[in-house]
Ligand binder design. Sequence first.
Ligand code: GLP
Length: 242
Amino acid sequence: MKIHVFKNKEIASEFAYTEFAKNLEQGAHVFGLATGGTPEILYQLLRESDLDFSNCVSINLDEYYGLDGNHPKSYRYYMQTQLFDVKPFNTSYLPDGTDTNVQSQIDAYNQIIAENPIDLQLLGLGVNGHIGFNEPGSPFDGQTSLVDLTANTIEANSRYFATKEEVPTQAYSMGIGSILKANKIILLAFGPKKADAVFGLAEGPITVDLPASSLQTHPDVTIILDEEAASQLSRDSYIFHE
Ligand code: GLP
């Protein structure tokens, strides 16, 4: 695992952008994408770039159960407005949050992932160490599932909704097993609230209690942090960029 630490999230996101551009240039074709506040600057840089994703495929990590793609808080809507409306991909997959036939939605998403091996997977990080919506306790070989969100994830994500009661309590999520099959993984984490989870993922034991610690088992992971998110790491574990 390579860990890069930057003065702030703006510079860190520029580094992430460079990694994206480099991978695209080197032939990456299937991009695993993430939502949340963390990748917003990266998506802005991608929107403003001259990179062309029109021959590429994107597969998102997750979608809230019960929200359709036109709902402003759905992850489909987020992806459209953050990236796809300006930088369309040939095909963009997200789970269908309105599909109440849970098993068929799970099977369909697993098939999409199996047919489109992910070259580069982008990840954010939950305050409890979740990746995608794989909450603590999720198996490291798991595939797509309908997840019951934990109280602290609902609390953390309520900042994107008018009230906490509006946050869906479940979500479809790609499993950790599928995430770990990606050829290369880039995880972004910014701000002091992520410092504990960052410490766990980088220097803690590999445990299902902290889903992101599973990344220690993957051969090609790049962690991109700002100083606040890196505040608990031992100094010799990362590269600091002035
Ligand atoms: C959400 C998403 C994750 C995201 C994480 C962090 O619940 N399911 O994919 O990485 O939480 O979100 P944020 O970047 O807004 O802090």
